[in-house]
Design a protein around this ligand. Structure first.
Ligand code: COA
Length: 260
C-alpha cells in the first residue's frame, strides 16, 4: 500500500511511524486509519524491526482526533462500524509482537489520546496536551478510550476527563501516570530513540515475551496471567539468548545476543 498520510522509515531495527497530515493537525481520517492498519501488519511481520516509535508530523500535534468532517456524516449504523474499525486497528497496535513507544509531540485529543493509550510506553513533550473532548461533539470516545484510560488512570479520573472534556497538560499527565516522562520539545525524539535503542540492545525474545505478558493483564484474571507468564518465561529459557545472557553474567562479560 502506498502511504499518503503516514511516513514509515526503519533505521537500525527501529521503525518510525509518523502521522503526516499537519495541515489538519494529523487528524485520523479513514485513509489514515487504513494506512496505520497496513503499516502495523507489515511491522508485525518484519523480523528486522524490534521497536516502534509513533509520532505526529509538525510541532503542534501528535493527533488532534478522528477527522471531525468525516465524523459529521456518520449515521447510527456507520457509527458502530467506524468505532469497531478504529478499535480493531488500535488493538492491533496494543497486541503488536514488539513494543511501541508513543512520542507525543503536541495535541493528543480524542482518537489521538486513544492512539497514545494503545501504545505500550508514552513519552511527551512539555507542550503536549491530552484529552477526550468527544462529549463536546455529542459522542463518546469510540477507539478504546473508555476502557484504556479508565484502566490506566482509574475510572473516577477517566470519567472526570471524559465527562468534562477538560484537557490534560503534560505535567498533569505525568502526575497521573498517563505518560512515563515529559521532555522539552527539542529533546523528545532523542529521548524516544535513546529508549528504543536501549530496548533494541536487549534479548529480543525476552522483550517480546515481556511485552505480551504485561499487555495480557488487561484481559486475563491474575491466575490466567500468571499461567501465561510462566509459559512465556519457559519460552525464554529455551532461547540461545538466555544461555548467552546468564553465561555472560557468570563470565563477567557483556552478552552477545543473537535474538534466537
Ligand atoms: N478533525 C478534522 N480537522 C481538524 C481536527 C479534527 N479532529 N482538528 C483540527 N483540525 C483542522 C482544523 O479544522 C483546521 O483546518 P482548516 O485550517 O482547514 O480550518 C486545522 O486542523 C488547524 O486547526 P485549528 O483548529 O485552526 O488549530 P487551533 O490551534 O486553533 O486549535 C485544537 C487546535 C486542537 C484545539 C483544535 O483544532 C481542536 O479543537 N480540534 C478538535 C479536537 C477534538 O475535538 N478532537 C476529538 C475528535 S473526536
Amino acid at each position: 500500500m502506498d502511504y499518503e498520510n503516514i511516513i514509515f522509515e526503519v533505521k537500525d531495527s527501529i521503525a518510525f511511524v509518523t502521522i503526516n497530515r499537519p495541515e489538519k493537525l494529523n487528524a485520523l481520517n479513514e485513509r489514515t486509519v487504513n494506512e496505520l492498519d497496513d503499516v502495523f501488519v507489515n511491522i508485525s511481520r518484519d523480523d528486522e524491526i524490534n521497536v516502534v516509535i509513533l509520532t505526529g508530523s509538525g510541532e503542534k500535534a501528535f493527533v488532534a482526533g478522528a477527522d471531525i468532517a468525516e465524523l459529521n456524516k456518520l449515521t447510527l449504523l456507520q457509527g458502530r462500524e467506524f468505532a469497531e474499525k478504529g478499535q480493531a486497528v488500535f488493538s492491533k497496535i496494543e497486541k503488536l509482537n514488539k513494543p511501541v513507544i508513543a512520542a507525543v509531540n503536541g495535541y493528543a485529543l480524542g482518537g489521538g489520546c486513544e492512539l497514545a493509550l494503545a501504545c505500550h510506553i508514552r513519552l511527551a513533550s512539555e507542550h503536549a496536551v491530552f484529552g477526550q473532548p468527544e462529549v463536546n461533539l455529542g459522542i463518546i470516545p469510540g477507539y478504546g478510550g473508555t476502557q484504556r484510560l479508565a484502566r490506566l488512570i482509574n475510572s473516577g479520573r477517566a470519567l472526570e476527563y471524559i465527562l468534562t472534556g477538560d484537557y490534560i497538560k503534560a505535567a498533569e499527565a505525568e502526575k497521573i501516570g498517563l505518560v512515563n516522562h515529559v521532555y522539552p520539545a527539542e529533546e523528545l525524539m532523542t529521548k524516544a530513540i535513546e529508549m528504543a535503542k536501549k530496548i533494541n540492545s536487549k534479548a529480543q525474545i525476552a522483550v517480546r515475551m515481556a511485552t505480551k505478558a504485561v499487555v495480557s493483564c488487561n484481559e486475563l484474571s491474575e491466575s490466567e496471567g500468571l499461567h501465561l507468564e510462566a509459559s512465556l518465561f519457559a519460552i525464554c529459557c529455551g532461547s540461545e539468548d538466555f544461555k548467552e545472557g546468564t553465561q555472560a553474567f557468570l563470565e563477567k562479560r557483556k552478552p552477545n545476543f543473537k535474538n534466537r
